[in-house]
Design a protein around this ligand. Structure first.
Ligand SMILES: C[S@@+](CC[C@H](N)C(=O)[O-])C[C@H]1O[C@@H](n2cnc3c(N)ncnc32)[C@H](O)[C@@H]1O
Length: 252
């Protein structure tokens, strides 16, 4: 993954993010609902907090907690609540054994799964709870298949399967791991609107083997025709395979 390109893309998208982040808000609410609430959370980290929707849910749940907002895109942090840290969540400039709750919604799919979960386990206090959501391999399959065969480049991020998160949790010694996957479909008026929404979210980086430059007219039309064949009454479907994971760190 080109981390710098991902960070710059989210930084550029900070102002438009909230206008297109319906799925992201829905996923924060799902993650909040599966959270095994620790009776007392005095310190909470939102890793990859974006514009802070998750932080607001967490502040409502634990009004007295110290909230820490971490994101590597400075623009995203502008209006967030809590102590702000502009940092890479794969290498947090934070001490070990600190947080009662490590929360991260729809951010770790941009990271190396092993590294980001190991870092989560490091900063969690003994007995602390991990709650993360991510996107699985069935995400944006319609877009992926509309592009398949049209050229040799990637147009959709390579999402890790649920298994990768389970393995990363096991490797770092996290316990009581629960994992579930929910399929959520959103609808867009047309392909341009879907691609525009991904760009406004900052989620248009796809890692290595990205196509340089724009498509020719013929390619664009072929992709559009393939995607149009999937049209339903509500518009063009886009599937998101949402992974919800909770776990806890061993007490001392
Ligand atoms: C799709 S947004 C989700 C934001 C927020 N959690 C929400 O639910 O609205 C992904 C966020 O993760 C951040 N992010 C991605 N990779 C990161 C990394 N390695 N370190 C820190 N932040 C990262 C991006 O800057 C972006 O703000």
């Amino acid at each position: 993954m080109n981390k710098r390109a991902i960070r710059e893309s989210f930084d550029r998208a900070a102002a438009s993010y909230d206008s297109v982040a319906g799925l992201q808000r829905q996923v924060c609410e799902l993650l909040d609902a599966v959270l095994p609430a620790p009776t007392l959370a005095s310190s909470v980290l939102d890793a990859g907090c974006g514009t802070g929707y998750g932080l607001r849910l967490l502040a409502a749940r634990w009004p007295a907690a110290r909230l820490v907002a971490a994101d590597f895109a400075r623009g995203m942090l502008k209006n967030t609540e809590g102590d702000r840290i502009c940092a890479d969540i794969e290498a947090l400039p934070l001490p070990a054994n600190t947080f009662d709750l490590y929360w991260s919604s729809l951010s770790i799919q941009w990271c190396d799964t092993q590294r980001v979960i190991a870092e989560a386990a490091r900063v969690l206090a003994p007995g602390g709870v991990l709650a993360v959501s991510s996107l699985g391999a069935g995400t944006l399959t319609e877009l992926h298949s509309a592009f398949a065969g049209v050229d040799q480049h990637r147009h959709v991020l390579e999402f890790s399967p649920e298994k990768a998160i389970a393995e990363a949790c096991a490797a770092t010694g996290l316990r009581n791991v629960t994992l579930e996957t929910r399929s959520i479909r959103r609808f867009h008026p047309d392909l341009k609107a879907l691609l525009r929404a991904l760009k406004s979210l900052g989620a248009n980086q796809v890692g290595a083997n990205r196509r340089p430059g724009l498509f020719g007219r013929q390619i664009w039309q072929a992709v559009e025709t393939r995607y149009e064949s999937l049209r339903e009454a509500d518009g063009l479907p886009a599937t998101y395979e949402v992974i919800l994971c909770t776990a806890s760190k061993r007490t001392l």
